[in-house]
Design a protein around this ligand. Structure first.
Ligand code: FE2
Ligand code: FE2
Length: 294
Protein backbone atom coordinates (compact mmCIF):
# COMPACT_ATOMS: atom_id res chain seq x y z
CA UNK A 1 0.00 0.00 0.00
CA UNK A 2 1.16 3.50 -0.79
CA UNK A 3 1.79 5.52 2.36
CA UNK A 4 2.60 9.16 1.91
CA UNK A 5 1.53 10.75 5.16
CA UNK A 6 4.39 10.81 7.64
CA UNK A 7 3.76 10.49 11.35
CA UNK A 8 4.52 14.15 11.99
CA UNK A 9 3.21 16.99 9.83
CA UNK A 10 6.24 19.10 10.58
CA UNK A 11 9.52 18.63 12.39
CA UNK A 12 11.97 21.22 13.63
CA UNK A 13 15.41 20.51 12.28
CA UNK A 14 18.61 22.55 11.84
CA UNK A 15 21.56 20.92 10.18
CA UNK A 16 24.51 21.76 12.44
CA UNK A 17 26.89 20.59 9.68
CA UNK A 18 25.98 23.74 7.83
CA UNK A 19 25.86 26.05 10.82
CA UNK A 20 29.04 25.08 12.61
CA UNK A 21 32.18 24.59 10.57
CA UNK A 22 35.49 24.97 12.38
CA UNK A 23 37.64 23.31 9.67
CA UNK A 24 40.20 25.48 7.95
CA UNK A 25 39.55 23.85 4.59
CA UNK A 26 36.18 25.51 4.02
CA UNK A 27 36.72 28.49 6.34
CA UNK A 28 37.48 31.24 3.81
CA UNK A 29 34.55 30.22 1.71
CA UNK A 30 32.14 30.28 4.62
CA UNK A 31 33.29 33.66 5.90
CA UNK A 32 32.91 35.16 2.44
CA UNK A 33 29.42 33.89 1.83
CA UNK A 34 27.76 33.59 5.16
CA UNK A 35 25.64 36.26 6.70
CA UNK A 36 25.12 34.11 9.76
CA UNK A 37 27.34 34.96 12.68
CA UNK A 38 26.83 31.83 14.74
CA UNK A 39 29.48 29.92 12.82
CA UNK A 40 31.82 31.73 15.16
CA UNK A 41 31.80 30.21 18.62
CA UNK A 42 29.39 32.81 19.92
CA UNK A 43 27.58 32.00 23.10
CA UNK A 44 24.09 32.37 21.71
CA UNK A 45 21.03 30.19 21.48
CA UNK A 46 22.00 28.70 18.13
CA UNK A 47 25.38 27.66 19.44
CA UNK A 48 23.68 26.04 22.42
CA UNK A 49 21.34 24.14 20.08
CA UNK A 50 24.29 22.94 18.03
CA UNK A 51 26.17 21.85 21.17
CA UNK A 52 23.11 20.07 22.50
CA UNK A 53 22.63 18.18 19.22
CA UNK A 54 26.26 17.02 19.20
CA UNK A 55 26.21 16.13 22.89
CA UNK A 56 23.29 13.76 22.35
CA UNK A 57 24.71 12.46 19.09
CA UNK A 58 28.12 11.65 20.51
CA UNK A 59 26.71 10.11 23.67
CA UNK A 60 24.26 7.86 21.83
CA UNK A 61 25.70 6.89 18.42
CA UNK A 62 27.21 3.50 19.28
CA UNK A 63 27.70 0.32 17.25
CA UNK A 64 24.57 -1.14 18.88
CA UNK A 65 22.57 2.00 18.02
CA UNK A 66 23.72 1.84 14.38
CA UNK A 67 22.58 -1.78 14.09
CA UNK A 68 19.22 -0.94 15.66
CA UNK A 69 18.58 1.99 13.26
CA UNK A 70 19.50 -0.10 10.24
CA UNK A 71 17.04 -2.78 11.37
CA UNK A 72 14.32 -0.13 11.61
CA UNK A 73 14.93 1.88 8.44
CA UNK A 74 16.29 -0.72 6.03
CA UNK A 75 12.94 -2.48 5.99
CA UNK A 76 11.88 0.44 3.76
CA UNK A 77 8.34 0.21 5.08
CA UNK A 78 7.75 3.87 5.92
CA UNK A 79 6.46 5.23 2.62
CA UNK A 80 6.22 4.78 -1.12
CA UNK A 81 6.89 8.05 -2.86
CA UNK A 82 8.68 9.54 -5.85
CA UNK A 83 11.86 11.60 -5.58
CA UNK A 84 10.03 14.86 -6.25
CA UNK A 85 7.37 14.04 -3.65
CA UNK A 86 10.24 13.63 -1.18
CA UNK A 87 11.75 16.97 -2.28
CA UNK A 88 8.40 18.62 -1.54
CA UNK A 89 8.25 16.88 1.85
CA UNK A 90 11.43 18.73 2.85
CA UNK A 91 9.26 21.84 3.15
CA UNK A 92 7.64 20.28 6.23
CA UNK A 93 10.98 20.57 8.01
CA UNK A 94 11.14 23.83 9.92
CA UNK A 95 14.61 25.31 10.14
CA UNK A 96 14.50 27.22 13.42
CA UNK A 97 17.91 28.75 12.79
CA UNK A 98 16.62 30.51 9.70
CA UNK A 99 15.08 33.95 10.38
CA UNK A 100 13.17 33.75 7.09
CA UNK A 101 10.63 31.11 8.04
CA UNK A 102 8.82 31.43 4.70
CA UNK A 103 11.75 30.02 2.78
CA UNK A 104 10.90 26.41 1.92
CA UNK A 105 13.53 23.81 2.81
CA UNK A 106 13.44 22.45 -0.74
CA UNK A 107 15.05 25.74 -1.85
CA UNK A 108 18.45 24.44 -0.67
CA UNK A 109 17.97 21.35 -2.84
CA UNK A 110 17.21 23.40 -5.97
CA UNK A 111 19.94 25.97 -5.24
CA UNK A 112 22.56 23.25 -4.87
CA UNK A 113 21.39 21.51 -8.06
CA UNK A 114 21.24 24.71 -10.11
CA UNK A 115 24.72 25.83 -9.07
CA UNK A 116 26.10 22.45 -10.11
CA UNK A 117 24.18 22.75 -13.39
CA UNK A 118 25.83 26.14 -14.01
CA UNK A 119 29.36 24.78 -13.47
CA UNK A 120 28.76 21.27 -14.86
CA UNK A 121 26.12 21.58 -17.60
CA UNK A 122 27.26 18.23 -19.05
CA UNK A 123 26.90 16.21 -15.81
CA UNK A 124 23.18 15.65 -15.31
CA UNK A 125 23.85 12.97 -12.66
CA UNK A 126 25.82 15.53 -10.59
CA UNK A 127 22.95 18.04 -10.85
CA UNK A 128 20.46 15.41 -9.69
CA UNK A 129 22.77 14.54 -6.79
CA UNK A 130 22.60 18.18 -5.70
CA UNK A 131 18.82 18.07 -5.76
CA UNK A 132 18.41 14.88 -3.74
CA UNK A 133 21.40 14.86 -1.35
CA UNK A 134 19.41 15.85 1.77
CA UNK A 135 16.26 13.79 1.15
CA UNK A 136 17.22 11.43 3.97
CA UNK A 137 16.15 14.20 6.35
CA UNK A 138 12.54 13.07 5.84
CA UNK A 139 13.28 10.61 8.69
CA UNK A 140 12.58 13.53 11.03
CA UNK A 141 8.95 13.50 9.86
CA UNK A 142 8.64 9.99 11.28
CA UNK A 143 9.85 11.21 14.64
CA UNK A 144 13.62 10.58 14.47
CA UNK A 145 15.40 13.08 16.72
CA UNK A 146 17.64 15.70 15.13
CA UNK A 147 20.85 14.14 16.52
CA UNK A 148 20.45 10.98 14.41
CA UNK A 149 19.24 12.74 11.25
CA UNK A 150 21.55 15.73 10.73
CA UNK A 151 25.03 16.85 11.73
CA UNK A 152 28.51 15.59 10.96
CA UNK A 153 28.97 11.83 10.65
CA UNK A 154 31.81 9.54 11.76
CA UNK A 155 32.59 5.80 11.83
CA UNK A 156 31.49 3.72 14.80
CA UNK A 157 33.33 0.56 15.87
CA UNK A 158 36.71 2.29 15.94
CA UNK A 159 38.40 5.11 17.84
CA UNK A 160 36.65 8.48 17.61
CA UNK A 161 39.05 11.03 16.13
CA UNK A 162 39.76 14.47 17.67
CA UNK A 163 38.97 16.10 14.30
CA UNK A 164 35.26 15.40 14.91
CA UNK A 165 33.43 18.54 16.07
CA UNK A 166 32.73 18.60 19.83
CA UNK A 167 35.03 15.61 20.28
CA UNK A 168 34.85 15.89 24.08
CA UNK A 169 31.25 14.65 24.10
CA UNK A 170 32.41 11.21 22.92
CA UNK A 171 33.60 10.57 26.46
CA UNK A 172 29.93 10.01 27.30
CA UNK A 173 29.65 7.31 24.60
CA UNK A 174 29.49 3.72 25.96
CA UNK A 175 31.88 2.64 23.14
CA UNK A 176 34.54 5.17 24.26
CA UNK A 177 36.38 2.62 26.44
CA UNK A 178 35.28 -0.52 24.62
CA UNK A 179 38.36 -2.77 24.14
CA UNK A 180 37.67 -3.43 20.44
CA UNK A 181 35.97 -0.20 19.41
CA UNK A 182 38.56 2.15 20.91
CA UNK A 183 41.57 1.27 18.72
CA UNK A 184 42.36 3.20 15.50
CA UNK A 185 41.17 0.37 13.23
CA UNK A 186 38.61 -1.00 15.70
CA UNK A 187 36.60 -3.87 14.23
CA UNK A 188 37.86 -3.11 10.70
CA UNK A 189 40.89 -4.23 8.70
CA UNK A 190 43.46 -1.57 7.79
CA UNK A 191 42.50 0.01 4.42
CA UNK A 192 39.35 -2.12 4.17
CA UNK A 193 37.50 0.65 2.30
CA UNK A 194 34.80 2.95 3.65
CA UNK A 195 32.04 0.77 2.27
CA UNK A 196 33.02 -1.83 4.90
CA UNK A 197 32.71 0.74 7.71
CA UNK A 198 29.55 1.43 9.72
CA UNK A 199 28.94 5.17 9.83
CA UNK A 200 26.94 6.94 12.53
CA UNK A 201 23.25 6.95 11.56
CA UNK A 202 21.97 10.01 9.72
CA UNK A 203 20.43 11.36 6.53
CA UNK A 204 23.52 10.57 4.38
CA UNK A 205 23.50 6.83 5.05
CA UNK A 206 19.71 6.56 4.91
CA UNK A 207 19.39 8.13 1.44
CA UNK A 208 22.32 6.06 0.15
CA UNK A 209 20.54 2.90 1.30
CA UNK A 210 17.21 4.05 -0.19
CA UNK A 211 18.91 4.60 -3.57
CA UNK A 212 20.64 1.21 -3.50
CA UNK A 213 17.45 -0.57 -2.43
CA UNK A 214 15.46 1.06 -5.22
CA UNK A 215 18.17 0.33 -7.81
CA UNK A 216 19.01 3.89 -8.76
CA UNK A 217 21.43 3.99 -11.70
CA UNK A 218 23.43 7.01 -10.49
CA UNK A 219 27.22 6.56 -10.84
CA UNK A 220 29.45 5.59 -7.90
CA UNK A 221 30.66 9.19 -7.61
CA UNK A 222 27.11 10.36 -6.91
CA UNK A 223 26.45 7.62 -4.36
CA UNK A 224 29.70 8.49 -2.54
CA UNK A 225 28.87 12.21 -2.46
CA UNK A 226 25.50 11.38 -0.91
CA UNK A 227 26.83 8.82 1.57
CA UNK A 228 29.75 10.89 2.89
CA UNK A 229 28.84 14.56 2.43
CA UNK A 230 28.51 15.06 6.23
CA UNK A 231 31.70 13.08 6.99
CA UNK A 232 33.68 16.27 7.70
CA UNK A 233 36.51 14.70 9.75
CA UNK A 234 37.32 12.76 6.56
CA UNK A 235 36.77 15.16 3.65
CA UNK A 236 37.71 18.38 5.50
CA UNK A 237 40.30 17.16 8.03
CA UNK A 238 41.91 14.11 6.35
CA UNK A 239 41.15 11.73 9.23
CA UNK A 240 40.23 8.03 9.02
CA UNK A 241 42.55 7.42 6.06
CA UNK A 242 43.57 4.12 7.76
CA UNK A 243 40.14 2.76 6.81
CA UNK A 244 40.23 3.92 3.18
CA UNK A 245 41.25 2.07 0.03
CA UNK A 246 42.12 3.10 -3.53
CA UNK A 247 38.52 3.52 -4.55
CA UNK A 248 37.97 5.98 -1.69
CA UNK A 249 40.98 7.99 -2.85
CA UNK A 250 39.36 8.32 -6.28
CA UNK A 251 36.03 9.36 -4.79
CA UNK A 252 37.35 11.92 -2.28
CA UNK A 253 37.83 14.85 -4.74
CA UNK A 254 34.21 14.40 -5.86
CA UNK A 255 32.95 14.50 -2.27
CA UNK A 256 35.02 17.63 -1.64
CA UNK A 257 33.76 19.36 -4.75
CA UNK A 258 30.18 18.49 -3.88
CA UNK A 259 30.69 20.01 -0.44
CA UNK A 260 31.53 23.41 -1.88
CA UNK A 261 28.16 23.46 -3.65
CA UNK A 262 26.37 22.28 -0.49
CA UNK A 263 27.87 25.09 1.63
CA UNK A 264 28.26 27.82 -0.96
CA UNK A 265 24.75 27.99 -2.39
CA UNK A 266 22.91 28.66 0.90
CA UNK A 267 22.95 32.44 0.43
CA UNK A 268 22.31 32.43 -3.31
CA UNK A 269 19.36 34.03 -5.06
CA UNK A 270 15.89 32.53 -4.77
CA UNK A 271 14.68 30.22 -7.51
CA UNK A 272 11.32 29.15 -8.86
CA UNK A 273 11.10 25.41 -8.09
CA UNK A 274 7.88 25.02 -10.13
CA UNK A 275 9.60 26.25 -13.28
CA UNK A 276 12.56 23.93 -12.65
CA UNK A 277 10.47 20.85 -11.91
CA UNK A 278 10.12 19.55 -15.54
CA UNK A 279 13.89 19.55 -16.07
CA UNK A 280 14.59 17.69 -12.84
CA UNK A 281 11.70 15.31 -13.48
CA UNK A 282 13.52 14.26 -16.68
CA UNK A 283 16.67 13.50 -14.65
CA UNK A 284 14.67 11.57 -12.07
CA UNK A 285 13.06 9.56 -14.88
CA UNK A 286 16.51 8.72 -16.21
CA UNK A 287 18.20 7.67 -12.96
CA UNK A 288 15.59 7.02 -10.21
CA UNK A 289 12.15 6.64 -11.82
CA UNK A 290 8.81 5.86 -10.25
CA UNK A 291 7.77 5.19 -6.69
CA UNK A 292 10.57 4.40 -4.28
CA UNK A 293 10.24 2.47 -1.05
CA UNK A 294 11.42 4.57 1.89
FE1 FE2 B 1 23.15 17.09 4.22
FE1 FE2 C 1 22.73 20.07 2.06
Amino acid sequence: MRVLIPKEETAIIDDPSLTHRPELKYKDLINENSQKKFRNYEDNLQTLNVMNTYQQMHANQTVAFGIEKRKKWLKFDHAEMTILEAVNLLDNLVDSSDPDIDLPNSMHAFQTAEKIREIHPDKDWFQLTGLIHDLGKVMALWGEPQWCVVGDTFPVGCQFQPTCVFYKYFEENPDWNHPEYSTPNGIYKENCGLDQVMMSWGHDEYLYQVLKHNKATLPEEALNMIRYHSFYPYHASDSYKNLCNEKDALMLPWIQEFNLFDLYTKSDKLLDPKALQPYYQSLVDKYIPGFLKW
